[in-house]
Design a protein around this ligand. Structure first.
Ligand code: FAD
Length: 317
């Protein structure tokens, strides 16, 4: 079932969903199940599976030549989504990115998803890889997520890259990303909202936000989206902070701020256990307020560690 239909069916009740990260290469599917099992009793309506590009290093040979060596490739989302559906009978949302993919490769991935009965995708551009200073699209791929939305919507109308073959239209529900604290490359929040609106006008059914720790930022963002004419559901994404490392990593990597009250409390934490406990308490407070304000769904970034999300879900759902 499509995410948008879950939202409609809920008739204003706040849904629970979460996102998992495919494990590093070499691990098996059980590591995914271990992250999902503890959360199933809170009845997630859908589970997102992130996509990660291959990472490379350059190895120098004795003759001075450089060799590009792949060091990290998490398994792809199509197989993981199929395994989750098979085990839990829950809807999945594979993340589909522009980075690294030609239009033909994207089309093939979407054909595989349709074959498996998966009718949801979260459409993203992807970040620059470590060796790039700016995002570089595949020569035959897409520069912006909006163009990838266009491709999915074309397939939903039966227009494929493979012009010689006649295929049935696909039927994907499309989610896109939104940034309450602005995407880090955008000139300002106004231009970012314009580009978000273009994704929605291209056919996106709903928006999932980047994580935030200050609910007021989400409320302001929703208000600005509505004022700009973006009327689809906007799902808040939240993440319980868990470790001392997160204190600097999350703002740096995700371009978000901690509100003063949380930052002051984090400064008093002496170890990971204290940060985890604070993260749970903050997450409960955030989720309760978002639910009371009528958020369509609360989407949790688990990073495949479910214990804190479970502690929050127990109090909220
Ligand atoms: P876009 O919508 O293309 O926007 C990128 C930037 O370009 C923005 O600054 C926007 O304002 C600007 N822009 C858009 N259109 C135009 C235009 N026509 N002209 C000029 N500027 C324009 N990354 C992964 O690699 N894998 C994942 O699984 C993944 N999951 C994510 C899930 C969520 C909910 C979120 C919020 C992010 C996720 N990301 C993931 C990260 C995401 O790929 C990055 O944030 C990326 O830098 C931007 O993606 P986007 O889809 O928002 O891009």
């Amino acid at each position: 079932m499509k995410v948008i239909d879950h939202i409609k069916k809920a008739k204003g009740e706040t849904l629970f969903s979460f996102e998992i990260l495919p494990p590093l290469k070499g691990k098996n599917i059980q590591s995914i199940y271990d992250g999902i099992d503890p959360l199933m009793e809170y009845d997630p309506k859908f589970i997102n599976v992130t996509y990660h590009r291959e990472e490379y290093v350059y190895k120098t040979h004795a003759n001075g030549l450089l060799e590009k060596v792949s060091i990290r490739k998490r398994p792809g989302t199509v197989g993981i989504c199929a395994a989750i559906i098979n085990k839990y009978n829950v809807d999945t949302v594979p993340h589909l990115i522009c980075g690294g993919f030609s239009k033909d490769e994207t089309e093939n991935a979407l054909i595989d998803l349709t074959f498996l009965g998966i009718d949801n995708v979260l459409v993203l551009r992807g970040d620059p890889i470590k060796t790039e200073s700016n995002f570089t699209p595949h020569p035959d791929g897409h520069q912006y997520a909006k163009q990838l939305v266009d491709q999915v919507e074309d397939m939903n109308k039966g227009n494929y890259q493979l012009e010689e073959v006649s295929l049935d239209p696909t039927d994907f529900c499309v989610g896109v990303a939104g940034y309450p604290e602005k995407h880090f490359e955008a000139m300002n929040l106004g231009s970012d909202l314009q580009h978000l609106k273009e994704k929605v006008e291209a056919g996106a059914d709903y928006i999932v936000t980047q994580m935030f720790f200050d609910n007021q930022k989400y409320f302001d963002f929703v208000e600005k989206c509505r004022a700009a004419g973006i009327n689809c559901p906007i799902i808040p994404g939240i993440k319980p902070i868990k470790t001392l490392k997160h204190i600097s990593f999350l703002p740096k990597f995700f371009h978000i701020d901690f509100p003063d009250e949380l930052a002051n409390d984090l400064m008093k934490c002496k170890d990971n256990a204290a940060v985890t406990q604070l993260g749970i308490e903050w997450g409960i407070q955030q989720a309760k307020e978002l639910k009371a304000a009528g958020a369509p769904c609360i989407h949790f970034y688990t990073m495949s560690k479910s214990d804190s999300v479970r502690a929050i879900a127990k109090e909220v759902f």
